[in-house]
Write a protein that binds this ligand. Structure first.
Ligand code: PMP
Length: 435
């Protein structure tokens, strides 16, 4: 069972779940350290670009939605627990088109699609449906830190599996399953969690062979009880270079093992916050029950807006502009890294082809954490980053403290260049200090 990390100054009779939830999230910790420095370039916050948020497409969709009073009233009423049917149908159509498969080639019905308030809620509902305290989810190390919080909150164990520049290493996953068997807790393993495209925090994308291999491993280790592979495709649409890859789910055409989580937050608007999940058949009822008890349906109006956006092809038009804007930013961050970081011995980074993040590895022994020499130096130089150690599960693959995440969603290209230059100065100064 995870230790309680929540410090309760009033000795309130909090639940175990509240205690497992832990302290303030990373964002507030970083903010608290930097309030005194408003001119700081934040390469820390994982938000999407403010300037490209889709004001005009939303205005058009809203006007269309409110045109008929009857349609508007339907959108202003409560919806269903699973969500607005035309949007669920549109999501199925989009997935099939993106995966380049015909409907009859995969087992996928609209009944398996559930709409949520962002994909984070979907992940939470699925994990809550699968996990008892002490159960295990195998995650990439490093991996998406919010899911680590979700797992801690459920009293579950996140066990880290090695990753490289192409995401989770299949051989390492295979080894971790063997290790669990030897440790006698294989029966507690319920799922593997993987971000398919442009991972948060590493920017890594799983190549097609790895997608197939991960499905195969999960299927093979499902001898005694079915295991799930939770595919988080939050960034799939944010590709700036190269060709889109069929989902991990496309390697599981009968839809038995893969839970696919998607969202319109990154591709369109996190303020509208519509996410979705495609569930193996037997998970539909339990997830729906959980959702029924929590909110009996996510905001219906937002789902109607998204359905109208898709119906009018506004998302695809927006994506073209969005990708062009982010392409400039990813070029800025990678060019600045070449210019300023390449010369620093022992520093390297993953070159993503999409998403919002660049993962930077530092020389051995240089601690990027809040108490290490680099963080305050970087703030003094004028840049903020996310220390990489936050992205490691508490067990399994050992944590690297000499790594950090840069986000390029919010700052301008000019600020990105300034921020990366400041980071390079801070790294060099810290290395001199530790030499
Ligand atoms: N998955 C990943 C990997 C993410 O980075 C995020 C957003 N930070 C989400 C899921 C959740 O996004 P939302 O809940 O807005 O759909």
């Amino acid at each position: 069972m995870p230790p309680s990390s929540f410090k309760d100054p009033f000795d309130v009779a909090l639940s175990r779940r509240a205690r497992w939830a832990g302290d303030a999230p990373i964002a507030s910790v970083l903010m608290a350290r930097t309030l005194a420095q408003p001119e700081l370039v934040s390469l820390a916050a994982g938000f999407v670009d403010q300037e490209t948020l889709p004001v005009t497409p939303v205005a058009e969709a809203l006007a269309a939605l409110l045109e008929s009073h009857e349609g508007a009233r339907a959108a202003l009423q409560y919806g269903t627990t699973a969500g607005y049917l035309p949007l669920r149908e549109a999501i199925v159509e989009r997935l099939l088109a993106a995966d380049r498969v015909a409907r009859h080639e995969v087992a996928l019905s609209v009944e398996q699609v559930v709409l949520t308030a962002g994909s984070n809620q979907l992940l939470h509902l699925v994990l809550e449906s699968l996990l008892d305290p002490g159960d295990v989810v195998l995650c990439g190390a490093p991996g998406y830190f919010v899911i680590l919080g979700t797992l801690a909150n459920l009293g579950a164990r996140a066990v880290g599996v090695a990753t490289d520049d192409e995401g989770i290493v299949p051989e390492a996953l295979e080894e971790e399953f063997s290790r669990r068997r030897e440790a006698g807790d294989l029966g507690r393993v319920k799922a593997v969690y993987a971000v398919s495209d442009f991972d948060n925090p590493t920017g890594a994308t799983l190549p097609a062979e790895r997608r197939a291999a991960l499905v195969e491993i999960v299927r093979r280790w499902s001898r005694d009880r079915k295991l799930y592979l939770i595919e988080d495709a939050a960034y799939r649409e944010l590709r700036y270079y190269g060709d889109d890859l069929p989902s991990i789910r496309s390697h599981d055409p009968r839809g038995e093992h893969v839970v696919l989580a998607g969202t319109f937050s990154k591709a369109f608007s996190p303020g509208i916050r519509v996410g979705w999940g495609i569930l193996p058949e037997e998970l539909v009822a339990p997830v729906m029950s959980q959702k029924g008890n929590i909110d009996f349906g996510s905001p219906n109006f937002n789902q109607h807006i998204m359905a109208t956006v898709l119906e009018r092809s506004l998302l695809d038009v927006h994506l073209t502009a969005l990708r062009a804007a982010y392409r400039r930013k990813i070029d800025a961050v990678l060019e600045a890294a070449e210019a300023h970081l390449r010369a620093v011995a022992g520093v390297n980074w993953i070159r993503p082809t999409g998403g919002l993040y660049v993962w930077v590895r530092l020389p051995e022994g240089l601690d990027a954490g809040l108490d290490g020499p680099l963080f305050d130096r970087a703030v003094e130089e004028g840049v903020l980053y996310v220390p990489g150690h936050y992205c490691y599960p508490p067990e399994g693959e050992p944590m690297a403290r000499n790594a950090l995440r840069l986000s390029f969603g919010i700052p301008s290209c000019e600020a990105i260049r300034r921020g990366v230059a400041a980071l390079a100065r801070a790294i060099s100064a810290s290395l001199e200090g530790t030499a």
